[in-house]
Design a protein. Structure first.
Lengths: 293, 323, 321
């Protein structure tokens, strides 16, 4: 490995050495790309209820519907083309997963850092609350919050953020406290730098690696949790199906052999989550100083 | 030690009070229960009468006070839907959830810990890589999706195991149990396995990380320098060290798994608490929601409490240290 | 008479992703019964890996690639796992730097001692107890019975290291390799342990390889001294000779950087630069980049050769003063 390369390049070279992680990254890029460009690849807008034909409902893969095109993966109970519904569903899942992850990152990360830096009673109060919440299962919290807020994209995102930010907060707090105790921070504080500069220029950058590790895990978790809530009927409405909603709708037809309505969206979901997790695993291994050889 | 116990108990009580308030306010915001309680064609008089009878006309804080007062007297209220005392309803559903959760977590531990220890002992072996690959899968597959696959495979396609329900039960200590009958087990296997895969993946990772760290530690190196065989080093020295974090995880996972049973029970129509809470959210059965959440919070606090004590019992440094 | 320990041409390399790290690259050592050899070097010189290699405790990705380790004339390199295990702890023992970490924190001292005993012998509980008590009192622990019932964290650092020494002595080995066993201790405790080891060495006839970076420790304890640099021995001879008249420039540098040698106010001598990375080490003398006496000849590796009553690996050795 070249020693003169920038840290980013070195990180990338090490990442690329793991073929599996590299393949997973390719899958993530492919899936995200397909989801963003969904309208280009799909014969139907699954959210345009006016265009759905009930006569096309629950047709097996390969069926040529009234629209005159082939339903590659069949249709769902409302007569939606599943291929289109899956791509649009991925879009929603990714959007919610990333938004929830990013907001939780910012909220939790700042809360944890502020607590660590403020110290004293503020710190105790914030961290007590975080610990209390962490001891409560995330799924129940998300369940109750989405029951309170009702169905919808934003409601769901809020429920996810509320159940996930605490992980970021605790991680950031732990890293910031460890950082605060180090001598260079004391040195920086003894110079006439404002404490804001110390927090943003010194403490925050050093808290980033553990936070990034948590983020990769939590984005996959958010996508999974979203699907779970939608599956339980508490996430997105049937008119705007996410992957979880599609699977949930198909579940009742599975016992009668119409497997495709649940299975294909399910495969899309696990491919996405698996790929994100594999990428996250590799990043975690690389950022974990204890495993560095 | 006694001072520590009392302090922890007081903390637990304070936490319960805070949670009860949060839960009450939160659940209060979900829908309007009047619509559930009375037929849509009821007269205005009946409507007002019902509102008064349930105390919905009173301000929130007063409702909360009434709620806490009756709670202290052991009265959780009546379910709107089942029209029976909530406590009785929950207690009748608790055993089903308890046995599902216990079987899942114990299974995950018995299978996951040895696999993880092996993967930590021989990190480069092919089998270890396979175990770790499987654990990524266990982490990635959402619980409900595993359940669907199992139903597809074992119930629909192969027809080996039933797709739902609890099967035959036998009464013991006044409670119905599925684990005591063969038919009950056949119903239990799929949901328990579904529920346990995520925990198993977690146990594998924990055990592997603990094992890897221990194998690089000085005390293992010293033990090996004494000519103690690897088997004895692992079972005589390492196991007790890594069991300390594992006990913590086991306890916390027990509680988290109970919460996650919500999903599994819904898929497999397992008549436990999880299915009850989903049904009651959908039917706006407020007293059931409140009581369930309080119960889960209570169990969580109790488990955390016992984990702390188990920790102290296992780790001599904690036992004689500052606690 | 065969030497207690004879190491010839030992090479231990670590095969990492970025290349082979030649931590030990051709080490020769000989030590007789009842003698103490001080193996001295900076951190990263390969002295600890040498110790671990002697006991066959090198783990993946490391491997002994060449050489021989003879214990009382018996070859240890190439023994199968179980045969090597039967030698370890019974005929050759090792103690480590940090007594805080070398004892298992969650097991009682008695449990750990009886496990060490039972690694090589079948003994009853009573016998195990009795022998543990004897071993503990031999290393100067005043209340061995209490010690057995204690957990490591209940003992002081010095007591813990004595327990480790007692464990090493349980089976009366021929050789003990001690890897910086006093570095983590207070200076006063350090002195006590050194004295204890000296006494035990004389009493039991055990040969001691004492690995350290501290020349002061070696000067008071060791009969012979071997100085290691970048995986090789650069000077090896009787302690008094080597310390009084070092022949290798590196040994000279080490001696000069001991603060006690300088007068107050005088600038402390230091060796310029730092120890080279052991990956892709260029051929030739590894010290030449830091050496004031280096010449073109040093681009080849000098052989270790007899000079002034000791061995030195240098083309331009220092003259006798």
């Amino acid at each position: 490995m070249r020693r003169d390369a920038s840290p980013f390049i070195r990180f990338w070279i090490e990442f690329a050495e793991n073929r599996l992680a590299l393949a997973a990254l390719g899958v993530v890029i492919l899936v995200v790309g397909a989801a963003i460009l969904a309208p280009l690849f799909t014969p139907q807008d699954p959210y345009d209820i006016g265009k759905l034909v009930l006569g096309d409902a629950r047709r097996p893969p390969g069926h040529v519907g009234s629209g005159g095109y082939v339903h590659l993966l069949g249709t769902d109970a409302q007569g939606r083309d599943l291929w289109s519904a899956i791509l649009y569903g991925l879009r929603i899942s990714i959007q919610i997963g990333i938004t929830a992850g990013a907001v939780a990152f910012i909220v939790g990360g700042s809360l944890g850092t502020i607590a660590a830096f403020a110290g004293g009673r503020t710190e105790a109060l914030i961290m007590r609350f975080i610990d209390l919440q962490l001891s409560f299962p995330a799924i129940l919290l998300a369940l109750v919050i989405s029951a309170i807020l009702g169905q919808g994209k934003w409601q769901l995102t809020i429920a996810l953020v509320a159940s996930q930010y605490a992980y970021f907060a605790r991680t950031a707090h732990g890293a910031a406290v460890a950082e605060r105790a180090k001598e260079y921070i004391e040195a920086a504080l003894s110079t006439p730098l404002s404490s804001r500069v110390v927090v943003f220029r010194h403490i925050l950058p050093n808290c980033m690696p553990p936070l990034i590790v948590v983020a990769t895990v939590q984005i996959a978790n958010a996508i999974s949790l979203e699907a779970t809530l939608s599956f339980l009927g508490l996430g997105l409405p049937v008119t705007h199906p996410s992957l979880g909603t599609l699977i949930s709708n198909g579940f009742q037809y599975m016992l009668s052999g119409r497997y495709w309505i649940s299975i294909y969206p399910g495969i899309a979901l696990i491919v996405l989550i698996l790929a994100v997790n594999l990428v996250g695993d590799q990043i975690r291994d690389q950022l974990n100083p204890r495993l560095q050889r | 030690m006694l001072g520590f116990l009392i302090q922890r108990l007081l903390q637990a009580v304070a936490v319960m009070v805070v949670i009860s308030a949060l839960v009450f306010v939160g659940v209060f915001a979900i829908g309007n229960p009047i619509d559930v309680l009375i037929a849509p064609d009821a007269t205005q008089d009946i409507r007002l009468d019902t509102i008064r009878r349930y105390g919905f006309d009173q301000p929130l804080w007063k409702q909360y006070l009434n709620f806490v007062t009756s709670l202290v007297q052991g009265d959780f209220g009546r379910s709107f839907v089942f029209n029976m005392p909530v406590l009785q309803l929950i207690l009748s559903r608790l055993p089903a959830t308890l046995e599902l959760t216990l079987v899942a977590v114990i299974g995950a531990t018995i299978i996951g810990v040895p696999l993880g220890m092996y993967a930590g002992y021989r990190p480069n072996a092919v089998a270890s890589r396979a175990i770790m690959g499987a654990s990524v899968l266990g982490f990635s597959l959402p619980t409900f999706w595993i359940g669907i696959l199992f139903i597809m495979g074992f119930a629909v396609e192969l027809g080996w195991l039933p797709a739902g329900g609890r099967g035959d039960t036998v009464e013991a200590w006044g409670i119905q149990w599925s684990v005591l009958t063969l038919n009950g087990w056949s119903h239990l296997v799929l949901p328990a396995l579904t529920l346990s895969l995520f925990r198993m993946a977690l146990m594998i990772r924990m055990a592997r990380a603990g094992m890897r760290e221990a194998m690089l530690s000085d005390y293992v190196r010293f033990a090996r320098a004494q000519g103690i065989s690897d088997g004895k080093v692992i079972f005589g020295h390492v196991l007790k060290n890594i069991s300390i974090p594992l006990v913590t995880v086991f306890g916390l996972e027990l509680a988290a798994t109970m919460a996650f049973a919500v999903v599994t029970e819904t898929i497999f129509s397992w008549p436990g608490l999880g299915k009850l809470i989903i049904d009651s959210i959908q039917s706006l059965d407020r007293p059931v929601m409140v009581a369930y959440l309080m119960l889960v919070a209570f169990l969580f606090i109790m488990i955390n409490f016992s984990v702390d004590i188990a920790y102290a019992a296992l780790d001599p440094r904690v036992r004689s240290g500052r606690t | 008479m065969t030497a207690a320990l004879e190491v010839r041409g030992l090479k231990t390399h670590f095969f990492t992703r970025s290349g082979a790290v030649k931590a030990v690259d051709g080490v020769d050592l000989t030590i007789e019964r009842g003698r103490v050899l001080g193996l001295v070097g900076e951190s990263g010189s390969g002295k600890s890996v040498t110790g671990l290699s002697i006991l066959g405790l090198i783990d993946h990705p490391g491997r002994i690639v060449e050489g021989s380790v003879k214990l009382d004339g018996q070859e240890l390199v190439g023994l199968d796992r179980d045969a090597a295990r039967r030698v370890r702890g019974r005929r050759i023992a090792m103690i480590f730097q940090d007594p805080m970490m070398t004892l298992n924190p969650v097991l009682r001292v008695g449990t750990q001692m009886s496990m060490a005993l039972r690694a090589h012998e079948t003994v009853s509980n009573d016998t195990a107890r009795e022998r543990s008590v004897r071993a503990l009192s031999r290393v100067g622990l005043p209340t061995p019975e209490q010690c057995l019932a204690a957990y490591p964290h209940q003992l002081s650092g010095g007591m813990r290291q004595r327990v480790a020494i007692a464990i090493a002595l349980l089976h009366s080995p021929s050789v003990i390799v001690a890897d910086e066993p006093t570095t983590a201790l207070d200076v006063s405790i350090q002195g006590q342990i050194l004295q204890e080891m000296q006494r035990l060495g004389a009493e039991t006839g055990v040969a001691l390889v004492w690995i350290t970076h501290d020349l002061a420790v070696v000067s008071s304890l060791a009969h012979d001294i071997a100085v290691m640099y970048a995986g090789r021995i650069v000077e090896h001879g009787p302690t008094a000779d080597v310390l009084a008249q070092p022949r290798h420039p590196y040994t000279r540098g080490l001696l000069d950087s001991v603060p006690g040698e300088a007068k107050p106010g005088e600038k402390l001598a230091q060796i310029p630069g730092s120890i080279p990375a052991l990956i892709d080490l260029p051929p030739g003398c590894a010290f030449r980049a830091r050496c004031s006496r280096a010449s073109g000849a040093c681009e080849a590796m000098p052989e270790i050769a007899e000079i002034g009553g000791r061995l030195a690996r240098c083309f331009h050795p220092l003259e006798a003063a």
